[in-house]
Design a protein around this ligand. Structure first.
Ligand code: ADP
Ligand code: MG
Length: 312
């Protein structure tokens, strides 16, 4: 590599100040050190993005840096955790300084926005692969799990669904009159950290939508051993997604397309007045297993199929 591994890390990733007090030692030693405050559990998650699997080879590196961190912070949001620190494992085919400048800018700007420290990582040569491990804290015993939805709970969403799916279609050549919002959602998702934290002590179960509502809500249903019925007319859909459906009749797209990174959570019916602003009730947890959709009075069964990297 033109630039040495150490100077690359120093130049693009090492920060001179830390964003929060739990970071005791950041980049530069064999390990980073963090202090976990008493009464909290450490929430840990990792997500990898692989070129041509999770992003296009010509993807804007600034947006890629943002999205790589966002998808990891989204996992912390779905547990109700407050993000504190991340590590970054980079496998790069070569040292491309302008790519690294844009990528690190996208990554570190979002980190700063959420007071998250980049405390370490690894840098290797190979096919472009980006991995983040994110760590946050959540009050002990209070994390929002997938396994505790109850029959009678309301099913809620933190924002619109389907815009990221439409954004992907636009990248693939679909043309629409107002593509900006869909492209923004696909390229630069916003982790719903504030809403996740607001749901602590209120929501019974929560998941973030990475693989599509049907598959991800399916995880809650399976782990909580319940079923659900969704109300088509209640789904929060943007004008652009509604026009796409009107033109294509592909009404399943917002239910199955991935990359929304909204939170899907369940709420006891008597907690409805505590639903955070901007969230929508889209259905109800039922005792009958499986997922159904009520569309103008007709009940459609929805096959729960999670995205599988190793399926044929
Ligand atoms: P080691 O050989 O002990 O694994 P490295 O030489 O790989 O250490 O890394 C030196 C320091 O730089 C470590 O503190 C490591 O956590 C950090 N680091 C390496 N790569 C990155 C990266 N891509 N982003 C942030 N920190 C990194
Ligand atoms: Mg190393």
């Amino acid at each position: 590599m033109a630039l040495s591994e150490f100077s690359l890390i120093q130049r693009f990733f090492q920060q001179t100040t830390s964003a929060n007090a739990t970071t005791n030692l950041g980049i530069g030693d064999d390990c980073a050190l963090m202090s976990i405050p008493a009464g909290y559990q450490l929430a840990i998650t990792t997500d990898t993005m692989v070129e041509n699997v999770h992003f296009f080879a010509d993807a804007d590196p600034e947006a890629l840096g943002h999205k790589l961190l966002a998808v990891n912070l989204s996992d912390l949001a779905s547990m109700g955790a407050t993000p504190l620190a991340v590590t970054l494992a980079l496998t790069l085919p070569q040292v491309d300084e302008s790519w690294l400048t844009a990528f690190s800018h996208g990554f570190l700007s979002l980190a700063k926005q959420h007071q998250v420290d980049l405390i370490g990582g690894d840098t290797t040569r190979g096919p472009l692969t980006l991995t983040v491990q994110a760590m946050g804290i959540v009050p002990s015993g209070k994390a929002l799990l997938r396994s505790s939805a109850q029959v009678g709970d309301l099913i809620c969403l933190s924002g619109n669904i389907g815009d990221a799916g439409l954004g992907l279609k636009i990248h693939q050549g679909y043309t629409c009159a107002n593509p900006a919002e869909a492209l923004q959602q696909f390229n630069r998702p916003n982790p719903q950290i504030t809403i996740g934290q607001a749901l602590l002590g209120i929501a019974t179960a929560c998941i973030d939508l990475s693989d599509g509502l049907v598959g991800d809500l399916g995880h809650i249903l399976q782990q909580s051993q319940v079923g659900a019925c969704l109300d088509w007319s209640a789904l929060p859909l943007s004008e652009a997604v509604l026009s796409y459906i009107a033109a294509s009749n592909d009404w399943a797209m917002p239910l199955t397309a991935g990359d929304d990174y909204q939170l899907c959570f369940t709420l006891p019916a008597d907690a409805l007045e505590r639903l955070p602003t901007g969230c929508t009730v889209i259905g109800k947890i039922e005792a009958t297993p499986g997922l159904r959709l009520n569309k103008a009075g007709a009940i459609h069964p929805l096959a729960i199929k999670a995205y599988e990297h190793f399926s044929a």
